[in-house]
Design a protein. Structure first.
Length: 555
């Protein structure tokens, strides 16, 4: 029986839990009005418990059938608990019957565009394959799940994803997606994400210290433009790739610091190749003529009050007044009858809502501020790179070195399946591996590219070096185990797969490969137990069922 070998390409996670935050409730006694208004904003409501007051979802249309998998999904309620139920009858094409459910514990997404749902299995957090899309008023599969031909239930929720929806995470270091108790201590984005940790400030108030000696909180509007904008860019700028600097990560950033000292975001030099994504607000704004003309005077806070949002019947007039601080009503060239139809709604013409490339059926505002029917070029330098359309550059000309550039090409190449970017990454990483021989990220990314080129010997050596430098790098652990298995070094491979599964028990490839290796070692009972566990996590996995059927033939 051949060993089933696949290479993981999961994103690596660098994260540290904050211990100097106090939560929004500590701000309420002195800032009651702001506390109350902010609690109603999308940022404050971007995560929470399913069934809480922040979860007013209408479940009446939650039953639907996903055509590619044939699976029917439905959200149901039993007393104060909510469940994702999934089922499929046995099909004529040999599809297995399926029936099961998961206890939905938390949601992410404010509901402005939509909401997705999370469930926990023994403390490990996964995304449910069902989301609610607000603008379409419908339930459907979650973004990215539409491509599966089965019900997929093992997409891990890593902290670098959750941190832009929730606050004060309780992530277990060294794992991919395990959390202590409640995954986050505070729903939504907390005050301290923009104003900095409040422990010292609150302690000084409790001791009765006066304003003169008290540690001040950060007011982003009073920072210089780079530090001011970095506060918003934490979550509203990702580009094609976002690369952490050595020893730094987004979770270590604090308002008032330079975001580019922690992470660098890369975008295509050609703005035409930049798709609208769920978090591309900042780079789209920088493509606008409004931003180029006004430069640092225009920022997110120019139009958005982070502490409140206008009511639905005030939105049009509210944002129109923001436009009129720079423009005159006479400058609108739309035909009078069109203006009357739109009620002088500047945003509906110049910032239309569009479907995002990475958000399933999600619809978000395009911040490029274009003239209707016309695209505007971004204020970005043109490229002379001979690899047409394959040039990445740091956003806003941020300082970046060859390491960040190489890792950006490697990450973006996976997302876009861009062979030109893969070649560029390989070229840069080979040089850097000599210059920076102990960087785990360089070693892992280069190993994967070697493997993709069929150069498995080089890949195995680099995976081993990456893992020695960073044992919690799950992807390097799994891929190294795969290479060892091909070379019949099964005990070593099995040990590594087990270590990876301790970091995320939903890693299906690792568990399947472990089961096959156990079977090849004559340990059939353990192999079947491993596959049974895999089905507990992902009961509709066609690969697990296929391997199980093969093992039944083994005597």
């Amino acid at each position: 029986m051949p060993v089933l070998v696949t290479s993981l390409i999961l994103a690596a996670t660098a994260f540290s839990n904050a211990d100097d935050s106090v939560g929004n409730a500590a701000c309420a006694p002195c800032h009651a009005e702001i506390y109350q208004s902010y609690s109603q904003t999308p940022m404050a409501q971007s995560s929470g418990e399913v069934g809480s007051s922040l979860f007013p979802a209408d479940l009446s249309g939650s039953r639907f059938r996903h055509s590619k998998s044939g699976v029917r999904y439905q959200i149901t309620r039993e007393k104060d608990s909510y469940f994702l139920e999934f089922e499929r009858e046995a099909g004529r094409a040999g599809e297995d019957a399926l029936r099961g459910r998961r206890d939905l514990s938390f949601f992410v997404g404010s509901g402005a565009a939509g909401r997705s749902y999370l469930f926990s299995t023994e403390g490990f957090l996964f995304q449910a394959p069902v989301s609610h899309y607000t603008h379409r008023g419908k339930w459907d599969v979650s973004p990215g799940f539409e491509r599966y031909n089965h019900a997929s239930l093992t997409r891990p929720i890593e902290p670098n994803c959750l941190e832009c929806h929730a606050s004060r995470l309780q992530w277990v270091a060294g794992t991919q997606n395990q959390y202590r108790g409640r995954p986050f201590l505070q729903d939504g984005i907390g005050c301290e994400r923009c104003h900095g940790p409040g422990k010292d400030h609150v302690d000084q108030i409790s001791r009765g210290e006066g304003n003169s000696g008290r540690k001040a909180m950060i007011n982003p509007a009073k920072l210089d433009p780079l530090r001011r904008d970095g506060v918003c860019e934490q979550c509203h700028l990702t580009g094609e790739a976002r690369i952490s600097k050595p020893g730094r990560s987004l979770s270590k950033f604090r308002p008032g610091e330079l975001l580019t000292d922690f992470v660098v975001s890369f975008v295509p030099a050609s703005p035409e190749s930049q798709a609208l994504r769920a978090t591309s607000h900042v780079e789209k704004l920088w493509q606008s003529r409004c931003k180029r003309v006004s430069r640092d005077r225009l920022w997110c806070g120019t139009c958005h009050d982070p502490h409140s949002v206008p009511s639905e019947n005030r939105r049009t007039a509210y944002f129109r007044q923001k436009c009129l601080t720079c423009h005159h009503s006479q400058s609108c060239t739309a035909k009078p009858q069109f203006r009357a139809t739109k009620r002088d709604d500047c945003a509906s013409c110049h910032m239309p809502k569009k479907t995002v490339a990475d958000g399933g059926h999600g619809v978000l505002t395009d911040h490029a501020i274009v003239k209707p029917g016309r695209r505007q070029a971004a204020d970005l330098p043109s490229s002379a790179d001979p690899l047409a359309g394959a040039t990445l550059m740091p956003f806003k000309g941020s300082p970046a070195n060859d390491r960040e550039l190489a890792l950006a090409y490697a990450e973006a190449a996976l997302t876009e399946e861009n062979q030109a970017w893969s070649r560029k990454a390989f070229e840069l990483l080979r040089k850097l591996e000599v210059q920076i021989p102990h960087d785990a990220q360089i070693l892992y990314r280069l190993a994967y590219l070697h493997e993709q080129r069929g150069e498995s010997d080089q890949a195995m050596v680099l995976y081993e070096r990456a893992r020695q430098k960073e044992p919690s790098l799950t992807v390097a652990t799994v891929n190294l185990a795969n290479q060892l298995a091909v070379r019949k070094r099964l005990p070593e491979a099995m040990s590594l797969w087990q270590k990876a599964l301790a970091q995320n028990p939903g890693l299906e490839e690792a568990r399947i490969n472990l089961a096959i290796a156990l079977a090849q070692s004559g340990r059939l009972a353990e192999a079947n137990a491993a596959l049974s566990t895999a089905l507990e996590y992902n009961p509709d996995s066609p690969t697990v069922r296929r391997v199980l059927n093969t093992l039944k033939q083994v005597k």
